[in-house]
Design a protein around this ligand. Structure first.
Ligand code: NAD
Length: 523
């Protein structure tokens, strides 16, 4: 850690310099402020440089300072408000350490700017608070690329402590049209829920009968806990009704935050409840299964199954934060761990060839006896989330592009459903990845050898690759017909052409689908 820099960005008045100084003191390292460096070098104030030489000249000075600081290590760097919004500066500095964006509400910003007494054109406008709100809205999407730390109502020392706590964890920011949320990946996160997820009101934890007894107490005695039976068969409207009743009986109001503690089932059900109870409560995901960490908890899809098929009723509900506490994976049953690996492997195939190479090279990485290589697991989780993030940010409401995340899932869901959910989601996806790759090779999109490469990684992760013979191709085809991933009534498949290169293909003839299913083991 001491070799890395820590970079602070954010709008003026969010406290970058003050917080930066506190943080540098806490870490025992040197502090640098880009505006101060520019003023020292140039011998005049930022305002004077703007007035006398114009903004482009100031931006050139900023770029020079960014280049210099990128050569150094172990610094806390407070950057000028727009320095990190320049792509080249951001790329240079972000390569030297984690970047955090400080935020505050417009009134706090205004109060702080008035307090520091500096002459600012912004303050001379008729309604400065409104002007600040406008600028924040304008720049918000650019700042959303960085993990956000709200400083409203906190002292600089408190914010510095919060940052210090995050430094041994990975923090990713996931942006959506109206905002962004942080995904924190690390060990032993649950006891710090309220500070990591920035929760101020009451907390209601929704968990299941397996996970609750193991981890709910880590949130402390103040958190209310509601427990649902574990298992996909409980991802239903009946469970949602039960949760509404419990929340009403406990007098839970809109000030509360719903925290999902569990696998994808808990996350999907609790998210749907958070989206709809009292027209929406704040929601935090604490995924405890590998599958939920790398897939279900990111992307805002929530919902329940219907007798007609999986996930047919639901809502998009953006979380306030996602805490992927990988220490909870120690108690995850090996078959569930393997199931999550299917999504890690899927992510690698969709968009991270380097991760795939690592999975290929790793010696029997996740056999039940030898499954926990913690540094690797944290990295697999982070990289898989990065793949999912890049896709969902481009398509927050699943209008098109996001379909690539369904690689292996059209087959996988049908296999799960036709087996009466006796086959796990990840196992179905593993078989589905092979079916999709077989189909891709059959249609001439991929080389035959791709199937063997993917199969070998799946097998070493403890996953099945053949569809069991007791499932018939006709039944599976019918199950695909009820899957909502059909496009305009036609079956749509995501097919890998190579590692890191997938395409979406519509209109595949049913005879081809049946042929592939039989080639992959179905009767
Ligand atoms: P799950 O929630 O049923 O969890 C699997 C099992 O592991 C359960 O028995 C659970 O109690 C147990 N468990 C979880 N964490 C544990 C831990 N740390 N220690 C001990 N036991 C633990 O299933 P899952 O595989 O996590 O998720 C599958 C669900 O996620 C499916 O319903 C699927 O549709 C959904 N999903 C949703 C999305 C989305 O975008 N919303 C994406 C992918 C999958």
């Amino acid at each position: 850690m001491e070799q890395q820099n820590v970079i602070l960005t954010g709008f003026m008045g969010t406290g970058k310099s003050t917080v930066g100084r506190h943080l540098a003191e806490l870490l025992g390292c040197e502090f640098a402020d880009t505006d101060v460096l520019i003023e020292e070098r140039h011998g005049s104030s930022v305002a004077a440089i703007f007035a006398e030489e114009g903004e482009p000249a100031f931006r050139r000075l900023e770029a020079t300072v960014a280049q210099e600081l990128a050569q150094r290590q172990g610094l806390v760097i407070a950057t000028g408000g727009r320095l990190m919004l320049d792509e080249a500066n951001a790329a240079l500095l972000a390569a030297t350490g984690p970047v955090f964006c400080l935020t505050a509400d417009p009134h706090t910003i205004l109060a702080r700017l008035r307090e520091d007494g500096a002459q600012r054109p912004l303050l001379a406008t008729p309604d400065p608070a409104q002007r600040i709100a406008g600028l924040l809205a304008e720049r918000g999407p650019a700042y959303a690329a960085f993990p956000q730390i709200d400083t409203t109502g906190k002292t600089p020392a408190q914010v510095a402590k919060e940052l210090q706590m995050l430094l041994d964890k990975t923090v990713l920011s996931v942006a959506y049209p109206q905002g962004s949320y942080n995904v924190v990946v690390g060990e032993d996160l649950l006891p710090s829920l309220t500070s990591l997820a920035d929760i101020s009101g009451p907390v209601v934890v929704i968990t299941d009968t397996n996970v609750g007894p193991l981890y709910a107490a880590q949130f402390g005695p103040a958190a209310g806990v509601i427990t649902i039976p574990a298992g996909e068969q409980h991802k239903t409207l009946q469970t949602v009704q039960f949760l509404y009743d419990e929340l009403l009986a406990a007098g839970i109001s809109r000030q509360a935050t719903v925290v999902a503690l569990g696998g994808g089932v808990v996350g999907d059900v609790a998210g749907f409840v958070a989206a709809t109870y009292m027209r929406g409560l704040d929601f935090v995901q604490c995924p405890t299964s590998l599958l939920a960490m790398v897939d279900a908890s990111v992307g805002a899809k929530t919902g329940v199954d219907m007798p007609q098929g999986k996930n047919l009723v639901g809502a998009f509900k953006q979380p306030q934060a996602v805490l992927a506490d990988i220490s909870t994976l120690r108690t995850l049953p090996p078959a569930e761990f393997a199931s999550g690996m299917a999504e890690v492997i899927k992510s690698a195939i969709i968009g991270d060839p380097q991760l795939f190479l690592r999975l290929e090279a790793a010696p029997a990485l996740v056999t039940p006896e030898d499954r926990i290589h913690w540094a690797d697991v944290a990295d697999f989780v982070t990289r898989s989330i990065e793949v999912k993030r890049s896709v969902v940010e481009d398509d927050p409401f699943e209008k098109g592009l996001r379909a690539v995340l369904n690689l292996g899932h059209t087959f996988g869901h049908a296999i799960e459903q036709a087996s009466g959910y006796g086959i796990r989601h990840g196992e179905g996806v593993a078989m589905g990845l092979i079916a999709a790759t077989t189909m891709s090779a059959e249609l001439g999109h991929a080389d035959e050898s791709l199937t063997a490469r993917i199969a070998s990684v799946l097998i070493r992760s403890g996953l099945p690759t053949r569809i069991p013979h007791f499932l018939s191709a006709d039944v599976l085809l019918a199950a695909m017909g009820s899957d909502k991933k059909k496009a305009n009534g036609r079956l749509r498949f995501v097919l890998p052409r190579d590692i890191g290169d997938v395409i979406i293909v519509d209109d595949i003839p049913e005879t081809t689908v049946v042929g592939v299913l039989r080639a992959c083991g179905a009767s």
